[in-house]
Design a protein around this ligand. Sequence first.
Ligand code: FAD
Length: 394
Amino acid sequence: MMPKILIAGAGLTGALCAHILKRDLQHKIEIVVWEKARGAGGRMSTSRHPDNPQCSVDLGAQYISLTPQYAERHKSYHGELISNGVLKPLEGIIEGAVESAQGTLHYVSPNGTSSIVKHFLKNSGAKVEYGQFLSKLEASNVHESAQPDIPSVKLYLDTLSDGTAVEPTSTEKGIMIKIVANPQEEVSGGRSREVFDAVILTMPTEQILQQKGLVQEALAKRSLIKSHLQSVRYSARYALGLFFKQGTTLDVPWCARYVQGDPCVRWISADAKKRGADSSIVGPSLVVHTSVPFGIHYLEAEKEEVQSVIMQHLRQLLPDLPEPIQVMCHRWRYSQVSKPYQGTPGCVFLTNLPNYAIVAAGDAFTHSNLDGCISSAETTCERLMEYLSDSNQL
Ligand SMILES: Cc1cc2nc3c(=O)[nH]c(=O)nc-3n(C[C@H](O)[C@H](O)[C@H](O)COP(=O)(O)OP(=O)(O)OC[C@H]3O[C@@H](n4cnc5c(N)ncnc54)[C@H](O)[C@@H]3O)c2cc1C
């Protein structure tokens, strides 16, 4: 029977893992991706105006910098994105940017940064299920394999109908966890349970540490790994996305700007302009990222309150700002990695027993950008293929 792999998280690392495994193993592997949100992207997230899907904002990653350091090593990934039009050169001015290493080229995604993730996911042909929140892995002997005594990985999840993740409503070991159909109206008895041979966890490390069952058991035995996972730090910040009426003019000379000296706003991007979109068709859009100290200070505040404070600062910085037709506010509790996993190993095996493996991957194990995720996914897949081969599963 071919090995069945679960990738938890349809962010960039998860999508790249699916892409690499399928590229290298073709029909010898089955890949399933579970994503807690309603769509792919993770921190490469693109949000669309509800009435005009052509009008969008990148709330997370803003642009892609291809540095000479990775140009050769990752050229197949870069080349694929560029030749498929997923990335194109950034043409406008970024005001206040610190100088990049010589030879660095900046790119934007004409269809938003989530299109990078979607490109790799689509190419992988993996089965992707949205609104699936992985909360627990359990060993089970229900595996329909030739070796029924060998436990495999059993999974429990808990979702809201809109795909929002919730804490499990039941933590009784061995008992199915309820799927909550919507926050007010609990429907019990539903369940989603599947058996896998290996699991790749790509969510931020703090969320990996919250996984129940086998992950907790593994970490209880591997205290060094646990303490390294606990030591990973992320910055926190807010992102605001503003949409304006078609034909509105945003009178700014830049397509994006790093703001100095404001305690709240750190980055402003005229998002449609940044991507070279025709604002007479799609309407301009603006993205604002706050500074990290602001993000930390307001981390637990109500979003409405935070949105209004950011808007006040934005209006001081851009006094002629037209009235937006819609504003969305997103809290990035885990933004970029500020302190990676010790030694940046690319990934960490939480278990590698002969019957199942659980691997932690993502930018926490390298660094926060496209090349960091490619490096993590490459190491993860290489080591997973070694594991599958050593355990006679390939
Ligand atoms: C504000 C901001 C600005 C940035 N700017 C740039 C930039 O300009 N250029 C650049 O290259 N990079 C930038 N980055 C960094 C880049 O976005 C990240 O390094 C990259 O997206 C990380 O991808 P990942 O797949 O490792 O993690 P994630 O994108 O976090 O993916 C993890 C996925 O797992 C899902 N998930 C979490 N828990 C569960 C669960 N229990 N069950 C199922 N699914 C789950 C999440 O919903 C998510 O989709 C920025 C990031 C942020 C937040």
